[in-house]
Design a protein around this ligand. Structure first.
Ligand code: ADP
Ligand code: MG
Length: 232
């Protein structure tokens, strides 16, 4: 009966995911359809309609690609990677967005960070998601600090700290649940993907938050997971 229970649990999770995904995809599709109908009857303000259609198409694409990473964690390819490079790239990618939101994005790296076995692409995505959330949590102006330091001899802790709105205690356990979002335009898939990526790297992720003060997320990754290198 235990096995049966687990199977039906999985089925219901899959069902919830499918229902949520269908809902998320249907909204932008409905909007696209409506604007296409409007275009048919009124070609005057077509530029604006095209803008909306393009951004809705981007949203469908974004949701589906976030979902695919979650669905196929075994497809991740591991190599030796440079965490410093990854974090610098993430900073470069999000600097402009931070600036536009009056957010200072600081990077503080321990000078001697060893190489780790990882998927650079996925780690980049992980930190992009965390920093984006941090930017979105800062209402007017603020700062985000990313620090990376050795934890003993075999692990690295990458900490993302923001002084944004914080997360109420009761909601902390909802983080990483599919489609849990408090944002009007959120997908609620970002943190779930983060947890999946960290888990695939045999690491752990810890969230601490105080309402009105900010949020700190620690990603702890092992350095020497040579086992993960299957194709070298
Ligand atoms: P989304 O960003 O699309 O809402 P996520 O899975 O990335 O989905 O995040 C889920 C929710 O967790 C957010 O809607 C927000 O309420 C909360 N959250 C995540 N990161 C932070 C943060 N740094 N500060 C405050 N709230 C956060
Ligand atoms: Mg997010």
């Amino acid at each position: 009966t235990e096995e049966l229970l687990r199977k039906s649990d999985k089925l219901s999770v899959a069902g919830q995911l499918a229902a949520g995904l269908a809902h998320e995809i249907r909204n932008p599709l409905t909007s696209l359809r409506g604007f296409l109908q409007l275009l048919q009857s009124d070609m005057k303000s077509k530029q604006h309609y095209f803008d909306i259609m393009l951004s809705e198409l981007d949203r469908i694409n974004f949701i589906v690609s976030e979902f695919l990473v979650i669905a196929k964690p075994e497809a991740i390819q591991y190599k030796r990677g440079d965490l410093k490079e990854i974090l610098l790239r993430v900073q470069a990618l999000l600097d402009t967005q931070a600036l536009l939101n009056n957010v200072e994005l600081e990077l503080e790296l321990e000078s001697e960070l060893p190489e780790i076995i990882c998927s650079e692409m996925h780690l980049k995505q992980l930190f992009i998601n965390l920093v984006k959330n941090a930017i979105e949590a800062i209402p007017k102006e603020g700062r985000i600090r990313i620090t990376a330091s050795l934890l003993g001899t075999d692990r690295i802790c990458i900490r993302t700290e923001d002084n944004g709105c914080g997360i109420p205690e009761a909601r902390l356990k909802k983080l990483g649940e599919p489609f849990y979002t408090t944002k009007e335009k959120g997908t609620g898939l970002g943190l779930m993907m983060c947890f999946k990526i960290v888990e695939a790297h045999k690491g752990t992720m810890h969230v601490k938050s105080t309402i009105g003060e900010g949020t700190t997320i620690d990603v702890i990754l092992p350095i020497h997971s040579e086992r993960m290198l299957q194709h070298e």
